[in-house]
Design a protein around this ligand. Structure first.
Ligand code: ADP
Length: 255
């Protein structure tokens, strides 16, 4: 069996007395596209936040490309990871947020150059070349010098995608990336993600409320409920023939 690109092994995350991820097991194969759906508060975004190591988990181990991320090996045992170790393994992960989070005082091009220069140590010329290529790829070749405030929400989100890709991640995380957009701008962002999924060998994990897109984009859909995967399967099975009552209820409310 190939090593999973992402593996949650019995991962628990609590906030005070609230268990948000409850002994979660999730494996994602290299190049697999997975959509996470489920009711609000079921832990969907927390899965992405834990992968970005924005916070520590309480129990279990997260692996990225076979390597423990939340832990490191010491004398044959797994011990909690140092900040340095977390940062290094996190280098494999790119994330696109609901609210773009671009640097407002930098042009689109600069936004995409910043981390490759300062984190990867790429020479400026190379970083600029890579940034320009990626902005071309997301259809913003003519907007490289524009600042975020001069761009529409859809364009800003496409810059955010290019910026994440500039770090050459193995895994891309998308957190409700179209929820903050006006309806007429959703299509252009989904089109970029669709192309990425088709043309690049990237592992992709997406939290989404867009069931239509999840159906078309994902190899597998995971339905979350109370910090666990209540049901998962190929989109055509999960959407057309949900087995669990909770999945049926959720889908009949949102479809
Ligand atoms: P979803 O993405 O499925 O809507 P989340 O993963 O964002 O759910 O959140 C799951 C639960 O964890 C929610 O009840 C939320 O209020 C709680 N939660 C998330 N982040 C925090 C935090 N930093 N402190 C306390 N509770 C949190």
């Amino acid at each position: 069996m190939t090593t999973p690109m992402v593996k949650f092994d019995n991962v628990t995350k609590r906030y005070g007395s609230l268990t948000v991820l409850d002994s979660l097991n999730l494996e994602i194969a290299p190049n697999e596209k997975v959509a996470i759906i489920g009711p609000s508060g079921s832990g969907k975004t927390t899965v992405l936040r834990m992968l970005m190591t924005l916070e520590r988990i309480n129990d279990g181990v997260i692996y990225v490309d076979g390597e423990p991320m939340t832990h490191m090996e010491k004398n044959g045992a797994l011990v909690p990871a140092s900040e340095r170790h977390l940062r290094r393994v996190r280098g494999n992960i790119g994330m696109v947020f609901q609210h773009f989070n671009l640097f407002p005082h930098m042009s689109a091009l600069k936004n995409c150059m910043e981390a490759p220069i300062h984190v990867l140590g790429l020479p400026r010329v190379e970083a600029e070349e890579r940034a320009a290529e990626l902005l071309d790829m997301v259809g913003l070749g003519d907007k490289k010098g524009h600042y975020p405030s001069q761009l529409s929400g859809g364009q800003q989100q496409r810059v955010a995608i290019a910026r994440a890709l500039a770090m050459r991640p193995k895994v891309m995380l998308f957190d409700e990336v179209t929820s903050a957009l006006d309806p007429e701008l959703v299509g252009e962002v989904l089109q970029v993600i669709r192309r990425l999924a088709k043309e690049h060998s990237l592992t992709m994990l997406m939290v989404t409320h867009q069931m239509g897109f999840a159906k078309e984009f994902a190899d597998r859909v995971c339905f979350f409920h109370s910090g666990k995967i209540a049901e998962q399967g190929a989109p055509e099975d999960l959407f057309n023939n949900p087995r669990e009552e909770r999945t049926q209820q959720f889908l009949s409310a949102v479809l």
